[in-house]
Design a protein around this ligand. Structure first.
Ligand SMILES: [Zn+2]
Ligand SMILES: [Zn+2]
Length: 269
């Protein structure tokens, strides 16, 4: 929800860009944030080989696609993978040959080449030496979380996931084991959870617990509640840090901010 109260952490919905040393780009989700990412990619003269991985097709994760796809250079190749519904969801954001008036551009008229793989729900995806694994989400209508590895570096991205019980904590901790950073859903505070059970999101305490069990030293709180203001998020971030400190857990905590850049190891800045 862009506005006066979201200038610090940002108000756009889910979109991440992961750039690998190989030159491969992976974009995760096509929320409203993908429009500006598209502009940035054009400024940098295209994006090289790119894959778009969709966690699931709830609107906040795909609604930016038409504004991205129509801005790409003609001939751009885009690989689509992720949740089995990914391609269907992206198609629904544009108009289709049957009409309906959703968007002035028909999916058939896009001048880019989309290749739909639909592999990652069943087996790891290899992208120029990097490996991407998927894990099913505990979220209404399902979804996928991703672990991306290149060389010795690992990033795990899990959003729209409810860490509701011991079994879930264990399952996701083992998927995250040894990662350099975990970006996890932390839409709520622990005290807000009882009224939000079954909504498919987590609180920061549960996300922190997964990071601790997985031995991950860096946690990014993600998928902020659209009603949360900058001031409230700042407090949220501090509360989670305090909790880690109080329990003497060696986990650095930060709340996701729009345009934040993270560099994992290596020499390049
Ligand atoms: Zn969702
Ligand atoms: Zn969502």
């Amino acid at each position: 929800m862009p506005g006066r109260d979201t200038t610090l952490y940002g108000g756009n919905t889910t979109c991440l860009e992961v750039r690998f040393e190989s030159g491969q780009t992976v974009i995760i989700d096509a929320g409203t944030g993908i429009r500006r990412l598209g502009e940035g990619l054009q400024e940098r003269n295209g994006m090289g080989p790119a894959a778009l991985l969709i966690t699931h097709v709830h609107w906040d994760h795909i609604i930016g696609f038409p504004f991205f796809a129509t801005g790409l250079k003609p001939g751009t190749e885009l690989l689509v993978d992720g949740h089995p519904n990914a391609m269907m969801g992206l198609q629904h954001t544009l108009d289709n040959p049957m009409g309906g008036g959703y968007f002035p551009v028909d999916i058939e008229d896009l001048e880019i080449h989309i290749k739909h793989l639909n592999r990652i729900a069943r087996q790891p995806l290899e992208l120029d030496g990097a490996i991407v694994d998927g894990i099913p989400l505990r979220h209404p209508q399902g979804g996928l979380g991703f672990r991306l590895r290149e060389g010795g570096r690992t990033l795990v991205f899990i959003t729209d996931n409810e860490l509701a019980d011991e079994e879930a904590l264990e399952e996701y901790a083992s998927f995250c084991a040894g990662a350099d950073i975990l970006i996890h859903d932390a839409q709520y505070a622990p005290e807000e959870m009882p009224a939000r059970r079954g909504w498919g999101h987590s609180d920061y305490e549960a996300a922190l617990e997964v990071a601790r069990r997985a031995g991950v030293g860096r946690l990014m709180l993600f998928h902020h509640d659209p009603a949360r203001t900058d001031a409230e998020l700042k407090a949220f971030e501090l509360l989670c840090r305090d909790l880690a400190e109080k329990r003497k857990w060696d986990v650095t905590v930060e709340a996701a901010r729009e345009d934040a850049e993270i560099h994992l190891g290596g020499d390049s800045p």
